[in-house]
Unconditional design. Structure first.
Length: 196
């Protein structure tokens, strides 16, 4: 068992769509200038800290964050870290969707032409397994990805169903740590942000 290996969840910096609240999964959008600044702050915070493995979403916003933070040369693209596929809701905000579907929530309603929350949970479980398979040296694995996949991954880490991710707020350019208390998986640090 890989007890002791921490998963460092690093959400990408701000994009135009994260700023506006638009659901962004398949759309490959770059960081804003502020998003790049946050990635620089990540670099300072992480300080070249060694990781047994660095895994990154294939999307440019996560890869750009990873590169600016100083880990682009060692990162491995992990398809399982793609953001939740929002289907027909891609590019729309929750208020826009609720005009058509009153009370709509990504956590409880059908995502037409996209993924269910449980499908994303299965991806998260697979990412956790692959992350823990890294040979332990530093006992840390970094995951550069997106808000919903990382929130769901955190829920699955501590044994909640995938929709338990709704309980965790996660800002852009943030760092969270999933760790252990003895043999129990815990959230050791959550949503560490940076000064504006």
């Amino acid at each position: 068992m890989s007890a002791g290996t921490e998963l460092w969840l690093i959400r990408h910096g701000e994009t135009e769509w994260s700023l506006s609240g638009q659901h962004t999964s398949r759309t490959d959008i770059a960081l804003t200038e502020h998003g790049r600044k946050r990635a620089e702050e990540l670099k300072e915070y992480l300080g070249g800290r060694p990781f047994d493995r660095v895994m990154v979403s294939p999307m440019q916003r996560a890869q750009e964050t990873c590169r600016i933070a100083g880990y682009g040369d060692v990162a491995v693209v992990e398809e399982g870290l793609r953001e939740w596929d929002y289907g027909i809701y891609e590019g729309k905000t929750t208020p826009e969707i609720r005009k058509e579907v009153p009370g709509w929530s990504v956590w409880k309603d059908t995502i037409v032409d996209g993924e269910t929350v449980d499908q994303v949970g299965q991806r998260a479980d697979a990412v956790i397994s692959r992350a823990l398979a890294a040979p332990p040296k530093s006992h840390r694995v970094a995951l550069f990805a997106h808000a919903h996949i990382l929130r769901i991954l955190a829920a699955r880490w501590i044994g909640l169903p995938a929709d338990g991710g709704r309980l965790f707020l996660l800002g852009t350019g943030s760092v969270s740590v999933l760790g252990w208390e003895r043999e129990t998986r815990v959230i050791a640090g959550w949503n560490r942000g940076f000064e504006e």
